[in-house]
Design a protein around this ligand. Structure first.
Ligand SMILES: *[C@@H]1O[C@H](CO)[C@@H](O)[C@H](O)[C@H]1NC(C)=O
Ligand SMILES: *[C@@H]1O[C@H](CO)[C@@H](O)[C@H](O)[C@H]1NC(C)=O
Ligand SMILES: *[C@@H]1O[C@H](CO)[C@@H](O)[C@H](O)[C@H]1NC(C)=O
Ligand SMILES: *[C@@H]1O[C@H](CO)[C@@H](O)[C@H](O)[C@H]1NC(C)=O
Ligand SMILES: *[C@@H]1O[C@H](CO)[C@@H](O)[C@H](O)[C@H]1NC(C)=O
Length: 456
């Protein structure tokens, strides 16, 4: 092992890479965040250099590794507290609260996921952090979750009294599957070279079906991008074939303005707002205009009722969601797509038994078929941005069998039954090996094909 001095110099050089757009990238590895001891001084040096560089440059950038998980999502590690405690989080653009399993009494029921031992789930211990604070009900951040009406958040406080000691109410959040409940904290969120003080974070004490905490990257005021005032964030999702492997890719957070500069090779489409003001859940989603779905050159016509969110009730439209695994389509839209694939692949044998077992459809037996051409699948968005999906993003071999299935779902198949909300949810499976950018400053969504595995 080389002397610490040499490590320091080499690492600082590799840590600070200045790209053409005057941004700074900090590659982090798991070992770097999880075993800080031998690298402590190095980390401090890197941090202070970065702080200085952030100061000098006006495009600060934070990077955190993103890894594929067999529970179907992608995970990031975040550090909270003083001294920092590291917790894994599901990276989720479809919800907004950031919460972690919390206290030594944390209880999660039905939490058996592959490669996750619920009894060994890391939990955040507020008592061990000198910066953890319970959120008061009068704090405007309590209003992020419970609305602007102070009196309804603080029912036990005399409105005339200045010193109300009541805490913000407990939260309960339902996800598609599972739920979580706990109380809200203000805590330091630590990145190398940047500490975000008084970050609103949920300390969950009771959950069902959660493989870890969740880092909400939605549009809500309580989300990580909103609290940090991010101008953009981007990621590249490595293939699910690396589920639970040490491979990871970068999640990049832009804390400073990048103007309206476009990223090389990226196609953009504007985000759109859900016109319905009645359902606040719809306000936290990232809506895009999916104009066309094309299968093997043939356009699948999506009825207007599904392609546009309704002014009356907000239902319909398309959102982008990193927390969903397979893309979801409302039954009538899905049927049109599945039928087009069935028509174009009519020469293959259907594997109905696998369809019944997996809930995916259509599935085909490709044993002994030899060279096989599958129809191309293209999502085309407003403004002309075309997402041409690599075959593994929409047809997947089931286990090590000779059967391939379409990895797009509808209600009645896998996934929750939905009768309202977005008609199309673009899941992470369809985003594998794409560089994906959420440009919040310019209200646009961008993507380009890219092999996400580092060094590939
Ligand atoms: C919290 O502090 C206790 C007592 O000092 C210690 O035993 C425990 O390991 C700490 N837990 C964490 C997660 O840091
Ligand atoms: C505020 O709290 C202090 C100590 O708890 C108490 O003595 C004081 O009367 C309170 N003031 C008001 C206006 O309620
Ligand atoms: C939406 O809210 C408005 C005003 O609060 C109300 O008049 C309208 O009936 C609501 N629409 C639906 C579909 O609930
Ligand atoms: C696929 O077809 C082959 C040959 O026709 C057959 O032996 C095999 O059992 C089929 N597999 C499934 C899962 O249907
Ligand atoms: C598959 O395609 C390749 C290249 O197009 C060709 O060389 C090969 O003979 C084909 N194999 C079969 C089984 O058709």
């Amino acid at each position: 092992m080389p002397s610490p001095c040499i490590i320091l110099v080499l690492s600082l050089l590799s840590l600070l890479s200045f790209t053409s757009s005057n941004t700074i990238t900090l590659p982090l590895s798991h070992s770097f965040t999880k075993h800080p001891d031998p690298f402590h001084s190095l980390k401090l040096a890197a941090s202070s250099s970065l702080t200085r560089a952030h100061h000098l440059k006006h495009h600060p950038l934070l990077t955190t590794p993103l890894s594929a998980k067999s529970y179907g999502g992608y995970s990031i590690d975040l550090n909270f507290g003083t001294p920092p405690q590291t917790s894994p989080f599901v990276f989720d653009t479809g919800s907004s609260l950031v919460w972690f399993p919390c206290t030594s009494r944390y209880l999660c029921s039905r939490c058996n996921f592959p490669n996750i031992d619920p009894t060994k789930m890391p939990t955040f211990i507020p008592k061990n952090s000198s910066s953890a604070k319970l959120l008061g009900c009068k704090n405007p951040k309590c209003g992020f979750i419970f609305g602007p009406d102070e009196q309804s958040r603080c029912p036990k406080c005399n409105p005339q009294s200045q010193n109300c000691t009541q805490t913000c109410p407990a939260y309960i959040i339902q996800y598609g599957l599972g739920s979580t409940a706990g109380f809200l904290l203000l805590e330091n969120l630590d990145f190398p070279g940047k500490i975000v003080p008084d970050f609103l974070v949920g300390c969950s004490i009771l959950s069902t079906r959660q493989p870890s905490g969740i880092a909400g990257f939605g549009r809500g005021k309580e989300s990580l991008p909103s609290q940090m005032g991010l101008k953009r964030f981007s990621y590249c999702l490595i293939s699910h074939s690396f589920d639970d492997a040490p491979e990871n890719s970068d999640l990049i957070l832009h804390t400073g303005s990048t103007g309206d500069s476009k990223t090389n090779g990226v196609s953009y489409t504007p985000f759109r707002r859900n016109p319905s003001v009645n359902n606040s859940a719809f306000l936290e989603y990232y809506y895009v205009n999916l104009r066309k779905v094309v299968v093997g050159g043939k356009r699948v016509k999506i009825p207007l009722k599904f392609s546009e969110p309704s002014v009356v009730d907000g239902n319909g439209g398309t959102i982008v969601d990193s927390g969903s695994t397979f893309t979801f389509m409302e039954r009538p839209v899905y049927e049109l797509l599945a039928q087009e694939f069935e028509k174009q692949l009519a020469n293959l044998d259907r594997a109905k038994d696998v369809e019944a077992q997996s809930g995916l459809r259509p599935c085909f037996n490709v044993s002994g078929v030899g060279n096989m051409t599958f129809p191309e699948l293209v999502f085309q968005f407003k403004g002309g941005a075309k997402m041409t999906l690599p075959l593994p993003n929409y047809f997947s071999l089931i286990g090590d069998s000779e059967v391939v299935c379409l990895t797009i779902i509808s209600d009645g198949g896998l996934g929750p039954v939905k009768t309202s909300g977005p008609a199309v949810i673009l899941g992470n499976y369809q985003q594998q090996n794409f560089y994906v950018e959420y440009d919040l400053e310019n209200e646009r969504f961008g993507f380009r094909p890219q092999i996400c595995k580092k060094g590939a």
